[in-house]
Write a new protein. Structure first.
Length: 249
């Protein structure tokens, strides 16, 4: 497994948000996390690159591994971990910089690349995010001038520029129109050849379209994990069936 959690508990202070989460994500698959709001999906996603560390009073118990190495071990370099595990957020969050500088941002942190190599990696990232043809003639223009869908693809380019192994996506299409959403879903399918992708989505149709495996979360627990086709057509657990058929709650 590329990512594996075993009995993972997570706390915001004394409030327990995750209860014994156990699941595995295979290399270069798209793994979807579904469930009602507040069920722990995004909390689990942020455990994978330790983004929750930025919040005061949080704590973790159990095991969470990347390539069989415990990412919460005392000797883990969190900066290096986040280079291996990129993240795209719910709303596009480009920096108030040029398109080029947005993509180059992570490459310039702790790396001294020759200008030609920097330019090459920016181009590769923009091509990987299916944005190069739209941006190549205005790389010096502000990223804030891009459309919402273009901004989200720019954020993906920024994430993949440092060549991570895993790409986390927290509801990446929730702020996009249907056309931009369809384009981003197509992009996910192309990215799967190079990255392991874990996506949080409230859109059940999206999970059914793009993912290989789906986990249903409820009240901070994993209720069911199965190949996506199986989970959506032959769920084993009553709560899963009620959720995907709209009869939940």
């Amino acid at each position: 497994m590329k990512i594996e959690s075993r009995g993972l508990d997570f706390f915001y202070g004394t409030a327990q948000a995750l209860h014994g989460v156990t699941l595995g994500v295979k290399t270069r698959e798209i793994f979807a996390l579904i469930g009602p709001s507040g069920c722990g999906k995004s909390t689990f996603l942020r455990c994978i690159n330790r983004m929750n560390d930025t919040l005061d009073g949080t704590s973790v118990r159990g095991m969470l591994t990347l390539d069989d190495a415990d990412i919460y071990a005392p000797n883990v370099d969190v900066v290096k971990l986040r280079r291996r595990v990129g993240m795209v957020f719910q709303k596009p969050n480009p920096f108030p910089k040029s398109i080029f500088d947005n993509v180059a941002y992570g490459l310039r942190l702790g790396m001294k690349l020759p200008r030609t190599e920097l330019e090459g990696r920016v181009e590769r990232a923009l091509r990987g995010a299916a944005l190069w043809d739209e941006a190549k003639d205005r790389l010096s223009a502000s990223a804030m001038m891009l459309s919402g869908g273009q901004q989200q693809r720019l954020c993906i380019a920024r994430a993949i520029a440092v060549e991570p192994e895993v790409l986390l996506m927290d509801e990446p299409t929730s702020a996009l129109d249907p056309i931009a959403t369809a384009r981003l879903e197509e992009l996910m399918q192309s990215l799967r050849a190079a990255y392991t992708i874990v996506i949080v989505t409230h859109n059940l149709q999206q999970a059914a379209r793009v993912s290989d495996t789906t986990a249903f979360f409820l009240h901070g627990r994993v209720v069911e994990v199965a190949p996506t086709d199986t989970l959506f057509t032959r769920p084993r657990v009553k709560e899963t069936e009620e959720y995907i058929t709209g009869r939940f709650g």
